[in-house]
Ligand binder design. Structure first.
Ligand SMILES: *Cc1c(COP(=O)(O)O)cnc(C)c1O
Length: 361
């Protein structure tokens, strides 16, 4: 009989638990486009409080919360500064260009972490040949940076610099609550220096759908207008908001367990010959590693993992990402480390055999 897959492709693969489904089924609802849905309203208030902002607005995805943040902060012909590896730039179809006529200027961060000194001098002069620099966006934790937590002081320096130069600031906090769980620094402290912050309920928190954008009341009212324009107005969305509320109430503190499971996987990668952690330390729930091209391509390795009932994603020709979440156990992570050892071993034997053959022929 086939074993079920151990799915480490993303922390979005989690399925709502029976208790979460019950909360969703029981949700009180209303038409959130005509006026308000009471459950969504509760979620928005709770999220705003959590992030220390005046207001928050519920949306179907993190791509939408990010892109509506771009939309409310920037006008056509404006530009924002961001790290070259960030989600807004790489994984949202350049929606800032497609939907808002906005340009991005990327700066190479170290594991996704930018320093204020890299940004100084990048604000364009007021000159009709040039775009207008309007905003800085940061991402915490950083996905392509391997779940990297941005140092708080570094973040504060950048925001302070941005604001004193008349720029807006937005935080892509899809996994901000992982940073909170890992550091003990609360979400409001992480969010304080940003104008707007987006968070996802459908990542490590385990809700099936949804994100929120938080900020000053006026900006969030403006965001509501653009949410409608982008097709994100949802009617009885209390049903999904209830899943997100349940996730905030029950799945926040347990995120540290996902981080512990990531450490198990990381140790497995360290022990496997031909695999290298990139970065070499793991802050939260994402483990990215390089496969020595002598051993296999990333795609080949992912396909062999699948034969062993382990699902992973390749992020480049040479790199693979594993993400822990609430539907994967410690024991399963231990099992995956055994698989990593076995696979690298067999690839090694194969390459040794083929080099022997090559030297014979
Ligand atoms: C997942 C993610 C998002 C939003 O993705 P959606 O699939 O649109 O909800 C935004 N930023 C980061 C860093 C993410 O990992």
């Amino acid at each position: 009989m086939n074993q079920p897959y151990i799915d480490l492709r993303s922390d979005t693969v989690t399925k709502p638990s029976p208790a979460m489904r019950a909360a969703m089924a029981d949700a009180e609802v209303g038409d959130d486009v005509i006026d308000i849905d009471p459950t969504t309203e509760r979620l928005q208030q709770l999220t705003a409080d959590l992030l220390g902002k005046e207001a928050a607005i519920f949306m179907p995805s993190g791509s939408m919360t990010n892109q509506i943040a771009v939309r409310i902060h920037c006008k056509p012909g404006d530009e924002f500064l961001c790290d070259a590896g960030c989600h807004i730039y790489n994984y949202e179809q350049a929606a800032f260009a497609q939907l808002s006529g906005v340009a991005a200027r990327t700066v190479e961060g170290e594991g996704g972490v930018l320093q204020v000194d890299q940004l100084r001098g990048l604000i364009r002069p007021n000159n009709e040949h040039m775009v207008r620099t309007r905003m800085v966006t940061l991402e915490n934790t950083h996905n392509r940076g391997g779940g990297r937590i941005q140092p708080l002081e570094t973040v504060q320096h950048i925001c302070h610099w941005a604001h004193s130069n008349g720029l807006r600031t937005h935080l892509d906090g899809a996994r901000l609550l992982n940073a909170v769980a890992a550091t003990g620094i609360d979400a409001a402290t992480w969010s304080a220096c940003f104008d707007t912050v987006s968070v996802c309920f459908s990542k490590g928190l385990g809700a099936p759908v949804g994100s929120a954008l938080a900020g000053p009341r006026e900006m969030i009212q403006e965001a509501r207008r653009h949410r409608k324009l982008f097709g994100g107005g949802m009617r009885q969305c209390g049903i999904i908001a209830a899943g997100a509320l349940y996730a905030l109430d029950h799945n926040r503190e347990r995120l540290v367990e996902d981080h512990e499971k990531a450490q198990i996987l990381a140790e497995g990668v360290r022990q496997a010959e031909g695999l290298t952690l990139t970065p070499d330390t793991i802050d939260t729930n994402i483990v990215i590693f390089r496969v020595d091209p002598q051993v296999a391509t990333a795609a080949e390795f992912v396909s062999r993992l699948k034969d062993e009932n382990v699902l992973a994603l390749s992020t480049s020709l040479t790199h693979i990402r594993l993400v822990t979440h609430l539907d994967v156990t410690r024991e399963q992570c231990q099992l995956v480390t055994n698989v990593l050892a076995r696979l690298t071993d067999s690839f090694k034997r194969r390459s040794r055999t083929s080099s022997v053959l090559n030297s014979v022929t």
